[in-house]
Design a protein around this ligand. Structure first.
Ligand code: SAM
Length: 230
């Protein structure tokens, strides 16, 4: 029995590996966050494996069932709504519990929004810090941003379109007029990369709020030669 950690597309249905499809076909069960969402992917690739939900609010309740399936000899694939399971989703719990129970955990690699954004951002990639989602409360967010800026390397984090402008304003207050990159709707129809300093980008976002999924990146020790605001 094995637990396969299967990466799925972050938008474009074509971004899935042959091995991911084979794995999703051959396992006994697919554990996923939103079953309706994953069923769309499965039906696109003609995959008929049963699915079961495993998401933030049922993960504790579901653990015993999933471990029981694994220890009784069934292979399970873990997928998330998008990208690589275990990255800013409930994956860690089942992965660590599987390891404790001496179940083999196998990675089926593929897209992740953080890495996809990092490689096109144009910020140094030799060393970076991925922070997932930052704290929502202003005080904590401010403190986190100051700590991250002190690391002086590329910082990558996820942000919601509902909070992006507020986050940028707190960032401007906390660490000054930082040059940032926002990679939005990667692999999708409205894919866009915004590059510029906070003084330029904040008014732009206030005038025209950004929609969709996004990754925010900055590197306090990097100054672009020109300011390539898109
Ligand atoms: N497991 C996923 C991964 O490997 O990228 C991340 C899951 S996390 C719950 C979802 C967040 O990832 C979104 O809120 C957004 O910040 C980012 N994201 C996902 N898809 C994206 C895309 N196509 N373009 C930009 N950001 C994306």
């Amino acid at each position: 029995m094995s637990l396969y950690i299967v990466a799925t597309p972050i938008g474009n249905m074509g971004d899935i590996t042959f091995r991911a499809i084979e794995t999703l076909k051959k396992v006994s069960l697919i554990a996923c966050e939103d079953t309706r969402y994953t069923r769309k992917l499965l039906s696109h690739y003609d995959i008929h494996t049963p699915v079961t939900s495993y998401y933030e609010y049922n993960k504790i309740k579901k653990i015993d069932y999933l471990l029981e399936q694994l220890t009784s000899g069934r292979d399970i694939a873990l997928v998330s709504d998008s990208g690589t399971p275990g990255i800013s989703d409930p994956g860690f719990l089942i992965i660590s519990e599987a390891i404790k129970n001496r179940i083999q955990v196998i990675s089926i690699p593929g897209p992740s929004a953080a890495i996809s954004a990092l490689v096109i951002a144009g910020l140094p990639t030799d060393s970076f810090v991925f922070e997932g989602f930052l704290p929502r409360k202003k005080g904590k967010l401010r403190k986190t941003l100051i700590e991250l800026a002190a690391l002086r390397r590329t910082i990558v984090f996820y942000e919601s379109p509902y909070r992006i402008t507020t986050t940028l304003k707190i960032m401007q207050e906390a660490i000054g007029n930082q040059y940032i990159v926002i990679a939005r709707e990667l692999t999708k129809h409205f894919e866009e990369v915004l590059r510029g300093d906070l003084d330029t980008l904040i008014p732009r976002l206030e005038a025209q709020p950004l929609k969709g999924e996004m990754v925010l990146l900055f590197n306090p020790s990097f100054t672009p030669l020109e300011n390539p605001t898109d």
